[in-house]
Unconditional design. Sequence first.
Length: 432
Amino acid sequence: MEILFELGINLVETFLIVEFLTRFLGAKYESPKCNIFFLMGWFVIFTELCIRNFITVFETFSAYIPIVLYVTYGILCLKGSFFAKVWASVLIHVILAVIAIMTNLIVCNIIGYDPNAMITVFNGIRIISVIITKIILFYVSRIILKIKHNQKLEYTTWAMLIVIPVISIISLCFLMKAAFEYEEVKGYVLIGMIGIVVANIVTYYFFYISDKHHENKLKISLLEQQNENALKNIEDSQSYINQMRIVKHDIKNQLMTIYNYINSGNTEQALDYIKSITDDHLPVIRKLVTTKNEAFNAVINSKTAICDSKKIFVELKVDDVIEKIDAVDTVILVGNLFDNAIEAAELTDAKRICLEIKKVNDYLSLLINNSISESILDSNVELMSTKTDKTLHGIGLKSVKSIVKKYNGMIDFYEKENEFFCHVILVPNKNI
């Protein structure tokens, strides 16, 4: 019985550790290779723990072996720098040790039990104490992962994730004390303890389902935002195409008019007429951008046409490297950033937008800046939407960030000399 319990607990403990490291650092490989390496790492660490528990003579020296195994697993199978892998391995090992020591001391103090006996004697008290340790390890690792991945939870959810296990652990300790002092209630106490453990499992499952529901809801909102952007870009592109058709349709008559002015010797009238045509149509024509990414061309040309209609000056410095980005991602990224720039620049006297895209080593650098009438970051640090319909418009920036994350990039916002800057770094592949 003791051996089976120890094997089961070791299996749970090593699973939690390997799963924590994998989610904390991120798997280096895709499934099924990722799953194979996970199982191999779990098996090796589990085997080492079982052997170490039976060979207690070398406990002092063997305490460092798990860290070496965690780091080795990280180097072979996980993402991140060597320092990050060492840090995460030491972190989880220290957390495990602290939880084990604190649980032992607290439980022994509450029930009046010998701490040495807790470690050396196999009985119901030790079983419950070990279960409490694993419950704490589970919740602590979940909380660290949520913080690491910036999963924003409501304060009530955070409170429940902390309060529920704390109350459960205290309840388990007092139930254990009752069983320790009163032999006749051991059966009832055992049922109560099992109920508390099951309640914790169900509670966390509820939070997990709730979290997944929130995540799916966010994905749906992002898709709706992308669809809205796509429809808007189609509308903008159609408007731009219609303007070009008008220019093409009218150009023959315009050339004939200019010819007649010149032929009749009215040179000044011809020049005035040319100037009027230039003022009306040149802003549409001169912003024409041609790269190998047709989606980028369509977005930029339609957005610059909108800027012309709003009297916003646009400066473009675009190297032909944008073709490395997927067409849909281009529309989402550039479309959202340009829309935000237009909205802000329109309210200023300078009315200016500048877009610069270039290759920097193995990265693609996209810098867009626009004039602002007042600081945006001072009053809106999180850059939340100021539009009325926050359901869709409020996640425009989240759409941008999701694209940046997809291409292993970075995004930075800053202000300088009455201009707002958004700098995006993407890593499409190794050969831009």
